[in-house]
Design a binder for this molecule. Structure first.
Ligand SMILES: C[S@@+](CC[C@H](N)C(=O)[O-])C[C@H]1O[C@@H](n2cnc3c(N)ncnc32)[C@H](O)[C@@H]1O
Length: 204
């Protein structure tokens, strides 16, 4: 795990009690099968796989306190575009604690699925990067402007690591989203209906 907390490389408005990550943190309880799924030889990738290199802090985004009292996440933070972002651009990876079913925190509001078949998640509740501040579009905008997609990251020695990336939505067949995300616009995804139904359940 590569991390920095308190160093000069922290993004503006980064909370003191959350560890800022430059790469994922892995649970010691991950199975061999999970490791094989996450870490792959470049030689075994389909030829059309885009292998990427990314590193934080991410200057294309801004962590911003939500001061608008009509915003449903008022008093919290959101992630905003620091520059124009074109359709289909990778904005940043979603980093956090990569874990299996055995160490899932059922109460986390920052746990994103990495792979359903292997029951793998990325939980950014205690550690993560700027992506943990992305809000859901509901009650903020008519539609999301970004989405999560699988990405392959070059980690050297001929290996790649599977992660989740946040992408600007594609322009769409009719080109209605061709403008992408404007500088200063909030980056919004859909958490999926499941997130909100879980939240509405009484806590045990
Ligand atoms: C992954 S966090 C997003 C960042 C969060 N706003 C923060 O400052 O840490 C998810 C939490 O943000 C809030 N949130 C995100 N989108 C929301 C929305 N559309 N309506 C209400 N609350 C939202 C909820 O409290 C949710 O549990």
């Amino acid at each position: 795990m590569s991390s920095c907390s308190g160093g000069s490389k922290l993004p503006k408005d980064w909370p003191r009690d959350i560890l800022y990550l430059l790469s994922p943190s892995y649970s010691n309880a991950l199975t061999d099968e999970a490791h094989k799924f996450i870490f792959l030889s470049k030689l075994n990738l389909p030829s059309n796989t885009e292998v990427r290199r990314v590193s934080g802090p991410h200057t294309n985004v801004k962590i911003t306190p939500i001061s608008d009292t009509f915003h449903p996440a008022h008093g919290q933070f959101g992630l905003f575009a620091g520059q124009h972002l074109s359709p289909d651009t990778l904005i940043l990876p979603y980093l956090g604690y990569v874990h299996g079913k055995a160490d899932t925190d059922e109460n986390s509001d920052y746990d994103l699925s990495l792979d359903r078949d292997h029951a793998l998640g990325v939980d950014a509740s205690k550690m993560g990067n700027e992506a943990r501040f992305i809000n859901d579009y509901r009650s903020i905008s008519a539609n999301p402007n970004a989405e999560f997609r699988d990405i392959s990251i070059d980690i050297g020695k001929g290996l790649v690591e599977k992660r989740i990336g946040v992408f600007v939505l594609s322009a769409g067949k009719s080109g209605k989203r061709a403008k992408g995300i404007a500088k200063g616009e909030e980056i919004l995804v859909s958490y999926g209906k499941g997130f909100w139904t879980e939240r509405l359940k009484p806590k045990e």
